[in-house]
Unconditional design. Structure first.
Lengths: 205, 240, 885
């Protein structure tokens, strides 16, 4: 959804055609979210259907009779962009997080070494974090000159904080799992001697 | 390249009998020149113990600790103290500056304790203060400085006189984000200049400044990121 | 949180938790309490009040009546310490009789006569001084006065009992002793109820009559003697000590109180005691203060939180004061208990130094309560300043974790300087007015004011030292600056050291000035290196004089035997021999005008020999120099020589002789002869003492029929100490009552050196105590810094060096300040001490001598020594950085 509004916002600057739009988008977002050209045209069509953009035909510059189709933001498109900027991004629906799903399943399955999963994931995330940080202190983001450099730096920071949040969540999961494991022998000591081998149902989440 | 710091299967046990605490169990750990290593772990994992063993402030109950090729066990208290004066620099979370001494005097402390004359020590101190970017605070007392400035002084003290090993215990713990990042920048720069750095931290974002991150759990190393050989580190312009 | 109970509870728990600090404070407060209460107990026990000593004076009697003649008496219920006076005239010829007593006390009153005098008795060659009591010891009323150990009580006349001290003087059981003309045989030995160590002799009242006919004394057995009976007896002239009155004394009218009170020197005594108490209080407060300051610091975070939550400063103060109260109470009572035990244990030792028997064991509760109050007050005061500072602390700084004290108010050192100036003024005033008697009070006050003013100035000095310390090596720089940062802990320690040093310096100056006075006013009794032997036999009434000529011959022979190389010269003169029937006195009076008489009287009040010498030349008397020719001229022409102050005159003098009988007031006979004389000026300043006041030529003495004897034997030659001792022994063996003397100039009494040594040692101990306390507290405060030093690579020895540096800073600053302040009372007090005019002295006071060596030792050497001791005893391991995961 944000791609739609982002493209509208870029089109506000002036009419562009598809490839141009894609290039602009990627450049401004540091090529973090690469776009498929087909994705671009589909979005543009939808935008045109919704009346946010309008087509502008112009003759090709090279003299052939091919016409280049450019897109330009309409009045309602411009107001949509304003509203998009004015409205904070809601967090109502969490995006499908593969890691969270993986861990949720792992904890409920017997015989799965959750601690190792956590540690491996943490190492990997930490490595990414190291890479982001290295980028931050060298290259464009270290000494931003143009506004695009600053934008790239902010995007990089969002990656850093996201990764950090993930590491912290992993630390937290690990701690809770250890606590639960410590409580379980006490619980089973109170239980009757005919206790069944450990089931994961009783684990407090 | 030889490791500046080498813990060989080092263990540390506190207390005895029922109250025994295994702070560190057979940990092998190396830090090479030019490398910044982060040590992460929850409380009780042994990360502070690792640092105190590395600095010679404590002795392992098993295994050995080598700094620049010297086994610390062969040194007496005086020898270990000399090591701390000349080879090892310590940065604490609470800065640990002596309030009765000015910034320059605090930085000059290791040199003066080593017998350096006042003027020479002061010159070295001023150089170190310049490196950390606060030469104008040389004659101020710690009470008259902000947290970030105090930590810079502490770092200056740890690097004065070209030390090869810097040990930092939660160096950004008491600072806000931006100030903390500046401190890390300083440490990073130092390591890039050839020192070996070992940093204990629980902030992943700060640990990410290191070349290698070591995870400690219950006194044991459970994982490591990054390579052992610093030549393998590649810096890329565009990250993907 | 209101009220004292929570504060006291916190204080109690805190005291238990920090044992080391609590014990430190306890020791510092309980030691003075212990010492003073033990002293008070010993002194009070030694004192025998009227009631305590009633059995000693009365035996088993109900009263004891003494009279010296008929005439009204005014007395206190307990006339024992001289608290009675005669009102009006006394008729000595009409003393009270036993009938007079019976008229008041009843016809069936039993009266036992008792006498008490002093006597001398001859024991072989020596004469022993005896206290004698004449009473019938067999009478039940008198029996408790003497406890028999061996032998038996006197049964008949001519028998006497003595105490061990008498036997120690050379007598034995069965010996006969001549006392006052009576021959008494010693038949028993025992212990007197009152006197322990003086020679005593007891016999019947008939054998030992009282010294005068009008002095009479009785033991009375007539039932309880009431106060009204006492007053009746007072009316006729009897001083009564009544058991019943002592047990239940009546209210005294004011007139009697005034008569009873003796006021001499009261102001001075109070001033001295007040000074000692105040100085001791200041010392204890300053020594204990740092401990409370550290306690306050430990509580500072709690107190800051209380303040931040809305607590009042008063509530914050109570927590610290509570600690003062708790520790003060415990320390005072512990000190009191231990003091009581110590006092009781020390009594036998103390008794040996007193010749009177001690009274019953006494716990003087009023004094002990005052001492406990002192202990409490000192603990409370020691905690007041830290409490006050804690309640005013910078809450923000404390919660932010910043260490160190607030900077001092600018006004405090100004007040301190003002007080110092006041102290100087008061001391000068006191010194200048010391002759009128109250000067001592002013000087004492000046000492206290100066010390207090100095205490207020200390913070500024400490801060100044810190600022100047940039050039010092690391440990000294750190110690100086850290000391300045923690003023609450440092200032009391420096002030304690300074107060001690001030006291020692003041005493040292006083002592040195006194010594200088002794040196400068010393008057030689003979030319340096020479000596003399004199002879004065002890003769009792009724005894014959020994043969002087034979005695002197034996003496001279003994001298030559003992020291053949020593030359002897005989000085002759007119002696005043003691005759069984009286004695004769000879003197020279001027016949000329008043000026001559005055010139005669003023000169030569002290002479080397007898007042009137007999010689024929100046050389005989060892006189050389300017006066010798004039003396020779006068003597050879048959004129007497009279020494005067200034004038050289000629004139006549009268040689007057008066004879007195043994016990008369007026001269029995008087003769006067005129003799031509030459008055010669004698310069005492340059020539020393004159050999005599006047000289008569032998012819004149013979003409007047005067008794010329040898007055002394002058010695000259090699007279070292061994020779002197030999001569003295030989000569004493030759004739009893000799005195040998060799002039060696002024010799310092050995105890003077001991006094200085004790002063220096005391100063050292107190200085060590103060610096140890402060350093111990400073090191525990500095643990974080020491841990940092260790982490940064300081050698393990550094802790020692830091400790020594602290001690040096405190000791040196304190000693310097204290020495300066000590001059104020020291110089002032030297003036009254040394301005008493001494007749005949070559120089007169006041004298001032400053013992620079002592001051140098105290200011330089003692702090260094203290620092060395502290450095050696400090633990040498630095604390490790202990981070608990």
């Amino acid at each position: 959804m944000s791609i739609r509004q982002a493209m509208l916002a870029i089109l506000e600057q002036g009419p562009m055609y598809g490839y141009q739009l894609r290039a602009e988008f990627e450049q401004r977002t540091g090529e973090t979210w690469p776009l498929n050209i087909g994705q671009v045209y589909t979005t543009l069509t939808r935008l045109e259907r919704d009346g946010m953009v309008e087509v502008v035909e112009s003759a090709a510059e090279d003299g052939s009779d091919r016409t280049h189709v450019s897109y330009r933001a309409t009045e309602s498109g411009r107001s949509e962009v304003s509203e998009w900027f004015a409205t904070p991004v809601p967090r109502t629906q969490p995006p499908r997080d593969e890691l969270a799903i993986k861990l949720a399943i792992a904890v409920t399955l017997p015989g799965v070494d959750v601690a190792t999963i956590i540690q491996r994931q943490r190492s990997a995330t930490m490595t990414s974090l190291q890479d982001y940080t290295r980028l931050k202190r060298t290259g464009r983001a270290a000494n931003p000159e143009a506004p695009e450099d600053l934008a790239w730096s902010l995007v990089l920071d969002s990656l850093v904080f996201d990764a950090e949040a993930e590491v912290r969540w992993l630390d937290h999961c690990e701690a809770r799992l250890r606590r639960a494991a410590a409580d379980r022998p006490a619980a089973s000591a109170h239980a009757t001697p005919t206790a069944t081998p450990e089931t994961s149902d009783g684990v407090a989440r | 390249m030889n490791a500046v710091l080498h813990l060989a299967a080092a263990s540390r046990v506190h207390g005895e009998g029922a109250t025994e605490v295994h702070a560190l169990r057979g940990v092998t750990f190396r830090a090479h020149p030019g490398e910044l290593v982060a040590v992460m772990g929850p409380s009780g994992s042994g990360k502070s113990t690792l640092l105190t063993l590395a600095g010679g402030l404590d002795a392992p109950t098993a295994g050995s600790v080598w700094i620049e090729g010297t086994d610390l066990a062969t040194l007496d208290h005086a020898g270990r103290a000399r090591m701390r004066r000349t080879s090892v620099g310590y940065v604490f979370q609470d800065f640990n500056l002596i309030p009765a001494l000015t910034a320059a005097e605090n930085v000059a402390l290791p040199r003066e304790l080593d017998g350096e004359k006042g003027k020479v020590a002061r010159r070295l101190a001023l150089t170190a203060l310049e490196e950390v970017g606060i030469p104008d605070l040389a004659d101020r007392f710690p009470d008259e400085m902000s947290g970030g400035q105090q930590q810079r002084v502490a770092i200056a003290r740890a690097i004065v006189g070209e030390r090869r090993l810097i040990l930092a215990d939660e160096p950004t713990g008491a600072l806000d984000t931006d100030t903390g990042e500046e401190i890390l920048r300083l440490l990073r720069a130092r390591c890039d200049a050839g020192a070996a750095g070992v940093m204990v931290t629980h902030e992943a974002r700060h640990a990410a400044w290191a070349d290698r991150v070591v995870f400690l759990r219950d006194g044991v190393v459970v994982d490591e990121t990054g390579a052992d050989e610093p030549e393998a580190l590649l810096v890329e312009e565009s990250g993907r | 949180m209101s009220g004292w109970r929570p504060a006291l509870r916190i204080a109690w728990r805190d005291a238990l938790r920090h044992r080391g600090r609590s014990i430190l404070v306890l020791v510092m407060i309980s030691l003075p309490v212990l010492a003073v209460s033990a002293t008070a107990i010993v002194i009070k026990t030694a004192e025998v009040s009227g009631l305590e000593g009633v059995d000693r004076t009365l035996g088993a009697a109900d009263a004891r009546v003494r009279t010296e003649g008929r005439g009204e008496i005014l007395q206190a219920p307990d006339p024992g310490s001289g608290t009675w006076t005669q009102v009006g005239d006394v008729d000595a010829d009409d003393p009270i009789t036993e009938d007079d007593l019976r008229a008041v006390l009843g016809d069936d009153a039993r009266l036992v006569p008792i006498t008490s005098t002093w006597s001398r008795a001859r024991v072989g060659e020596r004469v022993v001084f005896l206290t004698t009591t004449g009473v019938d010891l067999a009478d039940p009323l008198a029996a408790p006065l003497f406890a028999l150990d061996s032998g038996h009580l006197p049964r008949t006349a001519g028998e006497a009992v003595v105490n061990q001290a008498t036997l120690d003087r050379g007598l034995a059981m069965g010996d006969e002793v001549n006392v006052g003309g009576e021959q008494l045989t010693i038949v028993g030995v025992g212990r007197d109820a009152t006197l322990r160590d003086e020679p005593l002799l007891l016999a019947s009242a008939d054998d030992l009559p009282s010294e005068a006919a009008n002095v009479r004394e009785w033991l009375v057995g007539a039932g309880p003697v009431t106060w009204s009976q006492v007053r009746e007896l007072n009316g006729i002239g009897g001083v009564v000590t009544s058991r019943a009155v002592l047990a239940d004394p009546p209210e005294l009218p004011q007139a009697l109180e005034d008569a009873a009170a003796s006021d001499s020197g009261r102001n001075q005594a109070i001033a001295v005691i007040g000074l000692i108490v105040v100085m001791a209080l200041i010392e204890v407060v300053l020594l204990a203060g740092p401990a409370f300051a550290v306690g306050a610091r430990r509580h500072s975070r709690t107190l800051a939180l209380i303040a931040a939550s809305g607590g009042t400063p008063a509530q914050a103060r109570r927590v610290i004061l509570g600690s003062g109260v708790v520790l003060g109470l415990v320390a005072s009572f512990v000190g009191l208990l231990l003091g009581g035990v110590l006092g009781w244990a020390v009594l036998p030792l103390a008794q040996r130094f007193d010749e009177r028997w001690f009274g019953p064991f006494e716990l003087p509760w009023p004094y002990l309560a005052a001492i406990v109050a002192f202990g409490l007050a000192s603990a409370f005061l020691a905690s007041v300043v830290p409490a006050y500072l804690a309640s005013r602390q910078d809450v923000v700084a404390v919660l932010a974790g910043r260490r160190g004290d607030r900077s001092p108010r600018a006004s405090t050192p100004v007040i301190g300087l003002v007080m110092l100036v006041l102290g100087i003024v008061a001391s000068v005033y006191g010194a200048l007015t010391s002759d009128s008697g109250d000067g001592g009070v002013w000087i004492a006050a000046s000492a206290v004011i100066s010390v207090l003013g100095m205490v207020l100035v200390v913070p500024v000095v400490v801060a100044a030292i810190a600022r100047l310390s940039s050039r010092l090596p690391l440990t000294a720089r750190y110690a100086a600056r850290d000391a300045a940062r923690h003023r609450t802990r440092t200032v009391p320690a420096v002030a304690a050291v300074a107060a001690t040093v001030a006291g020692v310096v003041a005493l040292g100056i006083a002592n040195a000035s006194d010594e200088l006075e002794n040196v400068r006013t010393y008057q030689a009794q003979a030319p340096m290196g020479s000596g003399y032997v004199s002879w004065a036999p002890e003769v009792l009434t009724g005894e014959e004089l020994p043969d002087a000529t034979a005695a002197w011959a034996r003496i001279e022979e003994a001298v030559h035997r003992a020291a053949p190389d020593v030359r002897t010269t005989t000085w002759r003169g007119l002696d005043e021999p003691y005759d069984p029937h009286g004695y004769t006195s000879t003197m020279l009076e001027s016949r000329g005008d008043r000026a001559a008489q005055e010139a005669l009287d003023e000169c030569c009040l002290r002479t080397l020999g007898a007042a009137i010498a007999v010689a024929d030349s100046a050389a005989e008397l060892g006189v050389q120099g300017p006066a010798a020719d004039a003396i020779d001229a006068a003597l050879s022409s048959g004129r007497a020589v009279v020494f005067t102050v200034s004038a050289d005159l000629d004139g006549d003098v009268a040689v007057t002789q008066e004879t007195w009988s043994a016990d008369g007031d007026l001269a029995e006979s008087r003769t006067s002869d005129a003799v031509p004389a030459a008055f010669i000026a004698w310069d005492g300043q340059d020539w020393g003492w004159a050999p005599s006041s006047s000289i008569l030529p032998t012819v004149v003495a013979d003409e007047l029929g005067l008794d010329v004897t040898t007055t002394s034997l002058r010695l000259s030659g090699d007279l070292d100490e061994a020779t002197e001792t030999r001569i003295a022994e030989q000569v004493e063996g030759a004739a009893a009552g000799t005195y040998t003397y060799v002039e060696r100039g002024y010799e310092r009494a050995p105890y003077a050196f001991i006094v200085l040594l004790v002063l220096a040692v005391l100063a050292g101990v107190l200085m060590l105590g103060g610096t140890l306390t402060a350093t111990f507290l400073a090191l525990s405060d500095a643990r974080p810094d020491l841990a940092t030093l260790s982490a940064v690579g300081a050698a393990p020895r550094t802790r020692r060096r830091v400790a020594a540096a602290y001690a040096l800073v405190i000791g040196f600053v304190g000693a310097l300040l204290g020495a300066g302040v000590g001059f104020i009372p020291g110089v002032a007090i030297s003036r009254p001490l040394t301005s008493v005019p001494i007749t005949g002295a070559p120089e007169q006071g006041p004298f001032l001598d400053i013992p620079w060596l002592l001051i140098g030792v105290i200011v330089l050497a003692l702090p260094l020594l203290t620092a060395a001791i502290v450095g050696l005893t400090a633990r040498s391991r630095l604390p490790l950085v202990a981070r608990l995961d």
